[in-house]
Write a protein that binds this ligand. Structure first.
Ligand code: PHE
Length: 362
């Protein structure tokens, strides 16, 4: 655990063990150059606490890049709650309440929200012990589930990728395989269906896949066949690390464009996709819709139609990144990271400017 944290390049890590739920809590602050660290809270059973920590470290870094890529005034952070077995009822509630206390004790360093395994109802509970929480249900003063907003952004980014790969943004007749039809994949599949795409779905939970397929007239693909299934667009909307040396060799698609955080097992996988001629839309750019909605609605006070327009602009950003990457013959990931780093660098320079000027005038 010590090595994992030392080798990582972020600011700080808060580790807590919660005995009543036998859960590890990691709150990870990656970079606050742009503002308060803000990122969702993941609740999941991991093989070991180190796996949970590793996930949290990478997710927090992804949030730094995400906020920078959309130029929003927030920093990168994330929380992972890792019980040894699924938690329900009172045990779950207790864990969430104590997590809220921990968030509150950080005094505005970190704000939390919905992520894989948590819901707006969970945020209501967390909101009893901290005010630094986003995505509560509307009755509790929140903006609810970020999932549909994330889906809207992915939809617009996918169209931009199709424009690049096929010469048209039109999704009618395109085959799209959605991996994971949960909080984001579900609404995304619906939008794709409405746009006339041929939707294929796969999910680790067979019931969920069957339900989505029945609603949309979609084809169900078995989880183990997902990477070998021919399609125009593969949309990973579930867990991370699905794009790796093994799966990339199998993929039969032109585009990878989905909502999952940390889709690549390692950065080199972006190059592997590039070499195979598969257009990969960097996750932290295309999945920023939820972050935009939370930040804009709950902190910056934007109106819903402004937020919608901003989320739809993800498509423009994706288009620019893909174009710049193609011009330089590089993978889109490199280009997206460069963009984000530019925003971070400009913010750091602006911050040191007044101090430097004061020194110079002495
Ligand atoms: N968890 C989502 C994401 O990774 C949405 C979210 C963003 C939640 C920001 C809280 C804060 O983008």
């Amino acid at each position: 655990m010590q090595d994992l944290i030392r080798q990582w390049d972020g600011e700080s890590v808060v580790v807590r063990y919660d005995r009543p739920s036998d859960a590890w809590i990691f709150i990870v602050i990656h970079d606050r150059t742009l503002g308060m660290a803000m990122g969702g809270c993941r609740l999941k059973v991991y093989p070991t606490p180190n796996d949970a920590l590793r996930d949290a470290l990478r997710l927090a870094e992804g949030m730094t890049l995400k906020w920078a890529a959309i130029d929003f005034p927030f920093g990168g952070g994330k929380a992972v709650l890792a019980p040894s077995a699924p938690v329900e009822g009172k045990v779950r509630e207790g864990l969430l309440l104590r997590f809220g206390e921990l968030v509150e004790s950080l005094g505005g360093t970190y704000g939390t929200g919905v992520d894989l395994g948590t819901t707006p109802a969970d945020m209501n509970i967390i909101g009893r012990t901290t005010s630094r929480v986003f995505g509560r249900t509307p009755e509790h003063g929140g903006t609810g589930d970020p999932g549909p907003w994330t889906a809207l952004g992915v939809f617009s980014g996918m169209k931009a990728a199709c424009a690049r790969a096929f010469g048209t943004r039109d999704l009618a007749g395109r085959s799209v395989l959605v991996q994971g039809v949960g909080g984001v994949g579900g609404p995304l599949a619906r939008r794709l269906h409405e746009a006339g795409a041929r939707v294929l779905v796969t999910d680790a939970l067979p019931d969920r896949a069957a339900r989505a397929a029945a609603q949309l007239g979609a084809q169900v693909v078995a989880p183990e066949e997902a990477y070998d299934t021919e399609c125009d667009v593969f949309a990973p909307c579930a867990i991370g690390g699905v794009l790796n040396r093994r799966s990339i060799a199998r993929l039969c698609c032109r585009i990878v464009a989905g909502s999952g955080n940390n889709q690549l097992e390692e950065a080199a996988d972006a190059e592997r996709l590039h070499e195979r001629g598969i257009l990969y839309v960097p996750d932290f750019v295309i999945n920023a819709g939820g972050a935009i909605a939370h930040g804009a609605l709950e902190v910056l006070g934007w109106a819903r139609n402004q937020v919608e327009a901003r989320v739809l602009r993800i498509g423009e950003t994706v288009g620019e990144i893909l174009e710049d990457a193609a011009r330089q013959g590089e993978s889109p990931l490199r280009e997206a990271e460069r963009r984000a780093q530019r925003v971070l660098r400009a913010a750091r320079e602006k911050r040191t400017e007044p101090a430097a000027a004061a020194l110079a005038s002495r």
